[in-house]
Design a protein around this ligand. Structure first.
Ligand SMILES: [Zn+2]
Length: 329
């Protein structure tokens, strides 16, 4: 007995009659496969050791032990929405790595290197519409977190996963599993199960691909880019630009007090001109003696001069004006 699990939200867990498969050669598949030049390689953090939205939890040991099974005795397919009956295979898992730390979730995870040859699949992965995944596995050792019953062997206990008993969440601990496939899904149960790197394939044997995974210099870079992006999202673009302008003005004038920007002018792209900093410095100094009407006309004058001097076009005049307006606060 075993329980079939698919890590997308909405999956109905079913008991299946399947015994554990014993593999003779766990370290290396003897199937030599080649990768087509026109295909796509995609690295995926496919499952993490943390409680999922399905209230399942894969122990780190379970993830580690499953590694050879993903490519042995055959490379497990990459499909769509777990449609393993009449759906299309879009690719194959070429290599699997167990990663203890430095993952998207910060917890142990399995990293797949998949090769995708299907045209629609390549398109979706490249444009990002195919990005979240869910693994399909058969669990042979699956325990209730409350009472420890092996549900795959002994059948259901009195507890229901997702319910709370004496302030303890009931979830299923998966200690042994056999892989079936990995699917691109709309709502993944593991919220961190996501593509992490996409690149064009070059003709390589499987062992060469594995090597590439082991010495991947891009993992750190990808992580730092990701962190930068998430910081930008948190702080907001406006705040970031406001900060930058603030610093520019401070550098130019060597003011001691940091000043908060108060202007409500719409933000546009900043021209990166040294002249501009000089202009805004002058404007800023004269600002206190004048009301906002005067400021506006002076702004226009300053911008006009600037434009005449530099022979800028109409559009850049507008941008310069707005930059002045923004720096004056
Ligand atoms: Zn139980």
């Amino acid at each position: 007995m075993a329980i079939e699990i698919k890590e997308y939200v909405g999956h109905e867990f079913v008991t299946v009659n399947q015994n554990t498969t014993d593999l003779k050669n766990l370290s290396e598949s003897n199937v030599q496969t080649y990768i087509d030049d026109d295909s796509l390689m995609v690295e995926i953090e496919s499952i993490h050791s943390r409680i999922t939205r399905n209230n399942t939890y894969y122990s780190p040991e379970c993830l580690k032990q499953s590694v050879p099974y993903w490519t042995n005795p055959y490379e497990r397919p990459v499909i769509m929405h777990h449609n393993e009956r009449d759906g299309q295979i879009i690719g194959r898992i070429k290599a699997v790595e167990y990663k203890e730390s430095g993952t998207r979730s910060g917890t142990p995870a399995l990293i797949f290197t998949a090769n995708v040859g299907d045209e629609e699949g390549k398109k979706g992965i490249k444009n990002g519409t195919l990005s979240t995944v869910s693994i399909g596995v058969i669990a042979h050792d699956l325990r209730c977190s409350i009472c420890g019953t092996n549900l795959a062997e002994e059948g259901m206990c009195e507890h229901e996963k997702g319910e709370v008993y004496d302030n303890k969440l009931c979830y299923w601990i998966i200690n042994k599993m056999e892989p079936k496939e990995v699917s691109y899904v709309i709502v993944p149960s593991d919220i961190y199960a996501h593509n992490i790197r996409v690149y064009d394939a070059v003709k390589k044997t499987k062992s060469e691909v594995k090597e590439k995974v082991e010495y991947n210099p891009f993992t750190e870079l990808a992580e730092s880019i990701k962190n930068t992006l998430s910081t930008d999202l948190e702080e907001g673009k406006d705040t970031q630009e406001g900060k930058q302008v603030d610093e520019e003005v401070k550098d130019g004038e060597k003011t001691t007090e940091p000043v908060e920007p108060e202007t409500k002018e719409p933000e546009t792209e900043q021209p990166e001109s040294k002249d501009n900093e000089g202009e805004s410095k002058e404007d800023n100094q004269s600002e206190e003696e004048k009301d906002s009407e005067d400021n506006k006309s002076e702004e226009e004058e300053a911008s006009k001069e600037e434009v005449e001097d530099s022979k800028e076009d109409e559009e850049s005049k507008k941008v310069l004006k707005e930059k002045d307006a923004k720096i004056r606060f």
